[in-house]
Write a new protein. Structure first.
Length: 301
């Protein structure tokens, strides 16, 4: 009998999903392929002749409650449990990647130090500084100025508040604050050799005659991608935000994430919800053996 059970780390996002994976029930060879079998008792007379055969049903452990899926949104401990059934005394042994876990001999497994990936980008949704309290729909930042953790490197960009609908939160950025494309960057602490998911939302300022907005994505000084957004059919209340995601690898302790507009005019590409999350390591393969006098069952989680 097979069912599915696995531990999956999500990408990207601030949650981990623990999903039901496969459950395989294994029996001792003498019991065949069913969870119950007959046990025969043979009686012989003194000369050695068979006088009677008594048969009784026996059963290996089964599971009345199996491990359930879980979604966690913060670091901590995940617990897996089940409810076994079967005659006689039951014993348990949990394993990690096929190796017995010392002391893990109960019907509950506590997986400690589960880490939810966090966004390493500061102010990825451009929520600071908050300009709405000044009754502004947008605010222009010029080259050399700091915009809530982002540095403007060329021309100018606009921090947008209520002028249009943001992809996340309230504010976003228009990379064309003036008549030419602007650029912003942020230096992020990274681990050399570590892979990351870099993602962001892309749209375009729908207020001008130019409909094709072109944006460059840079990773540690190298051009990662050039993407376009067509504003045709979109408006300030229906921006049509598109989510883009890349798998990148850090080569230094600090990595620069940069976005640059190569669109002319006052209406440029819009970016929002920038995220950089470390790719989590592959989870361990946890399993448990449940044993009684008649056989055993094995669950993989």
């Amino acid at each position: 009998m097979y069912k599915k059970a696995s531990v999956v780390q999500a990408s990207p996002g601030n949650s981990i999903k623990i999903t039901l994976g496969w459950v395989a029930i294994l029996l001792l060879a003498s019991l065949g392929s069913s969870a119950s079998a007959q046990q025969s008792t043979y009686t012989y007379d003194p000369p050695g002749d068979l006088t009677s055969v008594t048969q009784a049903m026996t059963s290996v452990p089964t599971f009345t409650v199996q491990p359930s899926s879980q979604i966690i949104s913060q670091n901590g401990t995940v617990y897996f449990s089940f409810v076994p059934a079967g005659p006689g005394q039951l014993s348990y042994q949990w394993l990690s990647n096929g190796v017995p876990i010392p002391g893990a001999t109960g019907d509950v497994l506590a997986v400690t130090n589960v880490v939810v990936p966090t966004n390493l980008v500061n102010n990825g949704s451009f929520e600071t500084p908050f300009i709405g309290e000044s009754n502004l729909t947008y605010l222009t930042y010029s080259a050399g100025q700091i915009m809530g953790g982002w540095t403007v490197t060329s021309n100018s960009v606009d921090l947008i508040d209520t002028y249009w609908q943001a992809a996340d939160g309230v504010q976003s950025a228009d990379l064309n604050g003036g008549s030419a494309g602007g650029a912003i960057y942020q230096d992020v602490a990274t681990v050399p050799g570590q892979q990351y998911y870099l993602s962001f939302s892309l749209a375009g300022n729908p207020g001008g005659a130019t409909t094709i907005m072109t944006n460059q994505v840079w990773w540690n000084g190298s051009l990662l991608d050039t993407v376009t957004f067509n504003t045709t059919g979109h408006s300030v209340t229906a921006m049509g935000w598109t989510n883009l995601e890349y798998l990148v690898t850090a080569t230094a302790a600090t990595t620069r994430v940069q976005f640059a507009s190569v669109t002319s005019g006052y209406y440029g590409p819009a970016v929002d919800d920038v995220m950089l999350e470390a790719v989590p390591p592959a989870p361990a393969d946890y399993s448990v053996i449940v044993t009684n006098a008649y056989g055993l069952s094995l669950i993989h989680i």
